[in-house]
Design a protein around this ligand. Structure first.
Ligand code: 9MR
Length: 859
């Protein structure tokens, strides 16, 4: 059986991936040197079909002077219906023109490869011709990275549920072709946030130009009326793109509208809005991304029109799991039910470390609403999930789908290494594209436990314990137990590292340094429990007093910031907490400086782009936004708003990286089920899906070929085959969602004046089942308060009960106290006091950081 090349394994084997020349899927027709010899025998089918071969399910018919064959219905993989020719010599370094005429009736996207004839079937060109009934000639260029006497040319036509007829003719492979040069279409040279700027927020753009002196710019409404003008600021050569650029600041224009354009140096930008509506939409779309990433459950078309599909990996053939998954040979003697969770990315793997940061950021997005001055509530029903209507905010239901899976990855009591978590579960071997989850026939395997995975479980379970407590005390308790067990197991096994070499059939997610995971887990356990063991661990961690805010952002392998941000923003009594908050602000200051120094205005390292760089940028935006939450200083809010412009089009490629947002946006992200580029019957990724973005490593063969020598921002291509620059993942959409919620909460960008009040919240007595709290609300303003409603949130599952001198209601963890008729008025400088008895919940019960008076935070 022919299998496609194993992509991750290939990437690891080829650290100098650029040496692997590869496919050329578009561009001008390939032309070989005129006198180059033809490498294909009988490519015109004038002599029957010899030496072509076909899989057993095909009958090759050459009666019309071309080869035609009926492709049967109901095959699964591209290679389940295949025609090929063997023993084709390839010369290392030679550039070949590969062309053929092909037709499909009804129309289909086929797959044509020049590849190794045996495992791992490395392909030197992967073509996805769109075959129509009339047929056309398809041409490609590639440079062979190897000397190979016996390469194969194969046409893989399987994978269709319906039957169709494929014909081909004039198959040709000739050397001596000039290498194909890929030039991205970057459109107008004025680069803007193609989605929207907030009316009262910052507005910046970048112009690519040869000019070195300032240029005039003008801003026009959709009808062409010029509404603002100014001069550009020359910025010299930008190292992240290699371009000479100017920047434009048009922030003084504040009127909302749609279809604005910016013109400078004779070029007019793509249109954009001034308004907040798009971010309100993205706030839910970026979260809605997760439901169709779910494993172990049918995706209902009624909830996601166009995206319905059967449940993946529930033990229904051809799937082999995930209800009873054994370990890799020699790793353990048991099997686990690890059904559920989110698929990591475009593959069918499920990885605890990456699931950990993702679910933490989704839960953190919810938790922010309890503690940040600008936020909007997450409601039940807003994300159209199967759980909508169950009384729990949908964002928590979505997080629970993953958290439940993470819990299942913990080694059960009584087994060796009980309490540790398996690092990951995925296919034995890499699969090709497209492949819907329920059609994956591979054996699934649990990989060894790791300290990193165990600490991801400890951290997320500790966070889940406090956040789910008001909704499901039993689930919260289960999480707290799991978190404590995981913590103890990790301390007993502090150096079980996941290896970079374990990358066959799934991503490695190797990590040899778990100091940061220990810090994060200790921080979450401390916040939830308030216990001394965790406090001591946090304070003693070498990371606690360290600047952990890297120019490239935190990521799945570097998670100290997750702990630091929560220690800063979630109420807790850590000694020296003020310094923790200051450290976040200091990190944000660095990112602000990066933005100011960058001609494209993004908070990121200026030269090298990491795999998934867009998530690094968004994580840095989260730090800026958190500094705003902590200080209320508008420069941090504006830094966060400026930081997102790059994601939405203010970049060297002049495109948005979020599907469905912006005039030109990524839409062919690498995914086995959103594989529209390979099979028009399948959808593109749903709107609100973030692409990984520029990656200087260009590890996949397509990027290595097309983007060879790329500078920074240019190391990206919106092609499904570019898994190193254009994948979608849960840990990239999680910060997108977090940031979208932050931006949406800024409304039109008007900074609201805080309420003039001061709250003293004192819990006087606590006993095992309850506590008594007294609250004093002081009017610090110059006007009388007449009628008040004061809101705050508990850390966990505490419940407000009997109250005096106020009426209390509670929803989730959030309590609202309303005046009684007799204490509605508070004169300037005066105070009122009320109190309540509460029911305890396991864990800490700190005083809240945030109180809102009649909807505005007290300051
Ligand atoms: O996001 C991961 C990136 O940091 C690594 O450098 C890369 C190579 O190991 O792997 C990325 O993660 C991929 C994972 O291994 C498999 N699922 C898709 C992930 C995103 O591309």
């Amino acid at each position: 059986m022919i299998r496609p090349s194993r992509r991750w394994a290939a990437s690891l084997a080829l650290t100098a991936a650029a040496a692997l020349a590869a496919s050329a899927l578009s561009g001008p027709a390939a032309r070989a040197a005129d006198d180059a010899p033809e490498q294909i025998r009988n490519g015109t089918f004038d002599d029957g079909s010899t030496p072509w071969w076909g899989s057993g399910n095909l009958t090759l018919d050459t009666t019309g002077g071309r080869l035609c064959t009926d492709i049967p219905a109901g095959t699964v993989n591209p290679w389940d219906a295949i025609i090929g020719q063997n023993d084709i010599p390839l010369v290392k370094g030679e550039t070949y023109a590969f062309s053929f005429w092909g037709s499909g009736d009804p129309a289909k996207v086929g797959k044509a490869l020049v590849q190794m004839p045996t495992d791992p079937y490395t392909a030197y060109v992967t073509a996805n011709p769109q075959l129509g009934p009339d047929g056309e000639t398809f041409s490609y260029t590639f440079t062979s990275p190897v000397d190979l006497p016996n390469a194969q040319v194969v046409f893989q036509m399987g994978g269709s549920s319906t039957a169709w007829r494929f014909c081909m003719d004039n198959v040709s492979l000739k050397g001596g072709a000039p290498p194909d040069v890929y030039v991205p279409d970057t459109g107008p040279r004025v680069r803007v946030n193609q989605v929207a700027y907030l009316p009262k927020g910052p507005k910046n753009a970048t112009v690519v130009t040869e000019e070195t002196a300032a240029l005039p710019w003008k801003l026009a409404k959709a009808d062409g009326t010029v509404v603002a003008t100014g001069q550009t600021a020359p910025r010299g050569v930008d190292p992240s793109s290699g371009q000479n650029v100017h920047s434009i600041d048009f922030g003084s224009y504040t009127k909302a509208g749609t279809g604005y354009t910016l013109t400078a140096d004779g070029e007019t930008s793509r249109p954009f809005d001034i308004g907040g509506a798009a971010y309100a939409g993205l706030r839910s779309d970026a979260l809605k991304f997760f439901y169709p990433q779910r494993s172990g459950i049918e995706i209902l078309d009624s909830l996601r029109p166009g995206y319905g599909r059967p449940a993946g990996h529930v033990g229904v053939a051809p799937n082999q799991g995930d209800t009873n998954v054994p370990c890799q040979p020699g790793v353990c003697e048991y099997s686990l039910d690890v059904a559920g969770g989110w698929y990591d990315a475009g593959d069918h793997g499920k990885y605890v470390v990456n699931g950990g940061i993702s679910v933490a950021q989704v839960m953190g997005e919810f938790e922010r609403t309890k503690n940040a001055a600008t936020s909007q509530p997450f409601t039940d029903g807003m994300l159209d999930t199967p759980e909508s209507g169950n009384g729990v905010p949908d964002i928590l239901d979505e997080a629970r789908w993953e958290q439940d899976f993470l819990l299942k990855m913990q080694v059960p009591d009584g087994k060796p290494l009980a309490g540790m978590a398996h690092h990951k579960i995925h296919d034995e071997n890499w699969t090709g594209l497209p492949l819907l989850p329920h059609l994956d026939p591979q054996k699934r395997e649990l990989h060894p436990v790791s300290t990193a995975a165990t600490l991801n479980l400890a951290a997320t379970a500790a966070q889940a314990a406090r956040l789910f407590a008001p909704y499901d005390a039993a689930f919260a308790a289960r999480n707290l137990t799991a978190a404590r067990k995981a913590w103890a197991a990790a301390k007993a096994n502090p150096a079980r590292y996941a290896l970079d070499s374990d990358g066959t059939g799934g991503g490695a997610y190797g990590d040899q340094n778990v100091t940061d995971e220990f810090y994060w887990a200790a921080a979450e356990l401390y916040i939830t429990t308030g216990e001394k063991e965790f406090q001591d661990y946090v304070l003693a961690s070498p990371l606690h007093a360290t600047d952990i805010f890297d120019p490239k952002g935190f990521n799945w392998g570097s998670v100290a910031a997750l702990g630091r941000l929560d220690l800063a923003t979630v109420p807790n009594a850590l000694p020296g907490r003020a310094a923790v908050r200051d450290s976040v602000v200091a990190g944000a200051d660095k990112y602000l400086a990066a933005i100011n120094g960058h001609a494209y205005g993004l908070p990121y390292d200026t030269t090298r782009y990491e795999w998934g760089s867009n998530s690094g940028i968004l994580n840095n935006v989260q730090v800026l936004a958190t500094a705003y939450d902590i200080t209320g200083a508008v420069k941090y809010r504006d830094g966060a708003l400026r930081g997102i412009d790059y994601i939405f089009g203010r970049n060297a490629l002049n495109q948005s990286y979020v599907t469905g947002y912006g005039e030109v946006a990524s839409r062919n992200q690498h995914s086995r089920w959103y594989a529209h580029q390979l099979n028009p019957d399948l959808p593109n990724p749903p709107k609100g899906t973030l692409a990984g973005g520029a990656n200087s490593g260009i590890e996949d063969p397509l990027a290595a070929d097309k983007l060879k020598g790329c500078v920074g921002q240019f190391c990206y291509i919106d092609d499904i085959n570019s898994w190193a620059t254009n994948e979608l993942t849960i840990n990239w959409n999680a910060p997108l969602a977090w940031v979208a919620a932050f931006v949406a909460a800024q409304g039109d960008g008007t900074v609201k004046a805080p309420a003039k009040c001061k709250v003293t919240y004192t819990t006087h007595g606590a006993w095992p089942a309850g506590f008594t709290t007294q609250v004093t609300l002081k009017n610090t303003g110059t006007k009388a308060i007449d009628g008040w409603s004061l809101a705050w949130s508990f850390l966990g599952g505490q419940q407000a009960g009997h109250a005096w001198s106020a009426d209390l209601t509670q929803q989730g963890a959030t309590v609202t106290a309303k005046n009684l008729p007799w204490n509605a008025k508070i004169a300037p400088g005066a105070s009122i006091t009320f109190g309540f008895n509460g029911t305890s919940s396991p864990g800490a019960n700190p005083a809240p950081d945030l109180f809102t008076l009649n909807g505005s935070p007290c300051a």
